[in-house]
Design a protein around this ligand. Sequence first.
Ligand SMILES: Nc1ncnc2c1ncn2[C@@H]1O[C@H](COP(=O)(O)OP(=O)(O)OP(=O)(O)O)[C@@H](O)[C@H]1O
Length: 256
Amino acid sequence: MITLENVSVYRNKKQILKDVNWQVKNGEHWSILGLNGSGKTTLLNIVNGYIFPTKGDVEVLDHVFGKSYIPKLREEIGLVSSSLQKQLRGFDSVLSIVLSGKFGSIGLYEEVEKKDVELARHYMELLNCSHLEDEQFEYLSQGERQRVLISRALMANPKILILDEPCNGLDLISREELLHFIGKIAEREDAPTLILVTHYTEEILPCFNHTLLIKEGQVFAKGLSQELLTESTLSEFYGRPISVHEEQNRVWLALK
Ligand SMILES: Nc1ncnc2c1ncn2[C@@H]1O[C@H](COP(=O)(O)OP(=O)(O)OP(=O)(O)O)[C@@H](O)[C@H]1O
């Protein structure tokens, strides 16, 4: 699904990503963990085709970068991020925002068919936001907005769904609700490959069976989440002694 080989990115003579090798296979769901400025957003922007690496090879969903028409690729990737949220028009209704996901547009300009509305309502039901369909997006709480954005992303039937810090700004209850819905998406037969960027290991649900630890632009470790989310690996990763405890099949951290 995703192959990055020896990918490096330089900006203003600074190396932001260094020789990144990363492969995501069908059926895997990945979490990406890294400190601020470690290169996570840059990595996702490469996967989305928004940034071309300075060096290295990228192939995403059979699109070989440099040989493929990238806008086509973007239609196959759903993205939920704070930058997308800022681009959306606050005065649009929730239903039209969700519907616009089918076309990947900001605003709804295309003819909408009855089956599109039915599909939008189906995803809003799944994400528990159907009761908001006539509300203006700008008046929603952060938790509600994230659920709407995920419904919107699903409208395009993406093969990859990138969730870039989806729990930012959510209170405890809203965060748990959102994680519950993310878990439900992963359970679906037609689930897209999920990629979750987070700063908090407790948001890594069991469905995120693989994890990429990224540090200072380099892959620190990658592989099965249960093998990486351990005291020894995470203490080395954060450069501080970390204690780990497991609850609900999720890993919770504290500084020792
Ligand atoms: N266009 C650019 N020009 C110069 N430096 C950049 C550019 N884009 C990113 N950087 C730098 O590259 C580094 C990695 O940035 P990136 O946004 O990928 O990190 P991140 O892991 O997503 O961080 P955060 O967790 O804070 O969102 C940062 O030091 C950032 O300042």
